[in-house]
Design a protein around this ligand. Sequence first.
Ligand code: DSN
Length: 390
Amino acid sequence: MKDKEIEKLIKKEKERQAKVVNLIASENFVSADVLAALGSELTNKYAEGYPSKRYYGGNEIIDEVEMLCQKRALKLFKLNPKNWAVNVQPLSGSPANLSVYSALIPLGKKIMGMSLAHGGHLTHGQKVSFTGNAWKGIPFGLDKKTERINYEELLTRAMIDKPDIIVAGFTAYPRKIDFKKFRNIADLSGAILMVDMSHFAGLVAGGEYPSPFKYADVVTTTVHKTLRGPRAALIFSKRDDRCFPEKIDKAVFPGLQGGPHMNAIAGVAVALGEADTPAFKTYAKQVIKNAQTLAAELKKRGWRIISGGTDSHLILVDTWLDGKGITGKEASERLEKEGIIVNKNAIPFDTRKPFDPSGIRLGTAAETTRGAKEKDMIKLAGRIDKILKN
Ligand code: DSN
């Protein structure tokens, strides 16, 4: 690189990533091919519009890239293009979710989603997000005893509040979601069912987490978490007489975005191809085995694991233990000093504030990419325990 200042910073960040243990549940390490696509000449091209309907000339190759990405996305999740469409242009998860709402429900209507404090996402209708201001957010929480979704309560709430769209998805919920129950609740309350599978998309692709496609009307996902692609997002929508794909395409462009980032779309295509292999299935299985081992080993050492364990890549640990332990902030800082990167996280019914909550969130997607197995998780649990108890 001619720019030595940036070159130096990239090198330093590369070295930092290489030397730490990365337990951030929403991160991963992309392949050299994904990096090559991201750093390619495709970044030079303006391609506002969609394949064969562009506003600029010179897009014949770009069209092929975008169509290949669409084809791979549908194939990976076993979707028939006659029944499902996919928009591959969203820049990331938040704009993808915003596009869906703006396409399908008028401003002021109701979005029901898991509350941020219990593991949901800002864009599932939280007050601090535009999605909770332009629309009315109806947050639902978890069952206090089980720390899992209480579907009966959810149904009661939905029948009273009558949301226009229900979002099933999370950023800090370690368990499987029962999409069939969500479908039933959406049908009974008259809502559209959207699944945000950002966290577990790679596990669905690997056949290790239930697929939402049988039940959802719309599925959004980021590509950079368990799916191990670049920063970008996808919106899948069912083709029927409600014309969701057409409405969503218009909402993404020209509604909310301009030119798509074609280098990122090429990177997404590469990642989707990589995920459609037997090796990726083995990877997804290992991600969950590692998370379950890490959770069980921490539990053995006296740490409370939210909901008692995990069905996914994600673990939520109560480090505060009603004042007998340490705060999530302190835990995350202590671990970082020792080269283990996690994020502090609220736990359900947290009595502490979000900036200094009672827990930490751990995820195994990134370290599994680097080859970690159960024996590494056992050692890691010992290290984490020692650092937190020190
Ligand atoms: N920031 C992501 C996460 O960490 O889960 C969600 O957008």
